[in-house]
Design a protein around this ligand. Sequence first.
Ligand code: SAH
Length: 228
Amino acid sequence: MISELRDSTAHVFVDAIDTPALDEIDAHHLLRVLRVKPSDAVTVSDGRGKWCSCVVSADAGIEATSEVFTTAAPNWRLTVAFSPVKGERAEWTVQKLTEIGIDEIIVLAPTIRSVVRWDDGRSNKNIQRLRRVAREAAMQSRRTWLPVVHGATEMSTIANLFIADPTGDCLDASHRVIAVGPEGGFAPQETQNCAGLVSLGDTVLRAETAAISAAVLMSDYRRKQGQP
Ligand code: SAH
């Protein structure tokens, strides 16, 4: 972890790293909620690996105080797909997957046993909300690569998809795209054409716990890849 990012008072995403500017919501968050002072170090990122240190003035002007650095893209991308779960657990899941470092978060189109079904109108609104949650979580966890949140996607269109199932193989570095089922699990016909089944342990996990477990295990394999 880069210490300037870890130690900054706030981390924020901007459209253009060479001419950083705060949008209204971020300006309000930094100045009114976090009460950032002109003497505080803030980091900004374009969400595509580039970042720099900055200071923010009382009128929300932002000025770079370092060169622009680039963090390398991850060795490989990690994807977690999940069925929308009840209440606020979808937001919670996206927040945690983002903190852990997942690159692609896919909301599955309704599966056979889905209890929660986002209809079209609501689905768009819900996905926009999940994208905001991901952006805020990425600020909190000092990411320099923003995750992509995909709206309602049919499982059959996802390449190299492994399905989380207690009867599956133990997870290893070959598992990079994992789908977690709804509360009632996947129906047998939904798991037939996937790349394989992957187990996350010997207990039956709730859907959101399974998504987090898949994320932690996959990202641990990826981290170790960079070590001797
Ligand atoms: N009664 C359902 C429980 C579903 S739990 C069933 O037996 O399938 C929701 C989802 O979490 C499951 O569809 C599965 O994808 C995932 N899951 C739960 N526990 C798991 C485990 N130990 N290993 C892998 N996936 C698990």
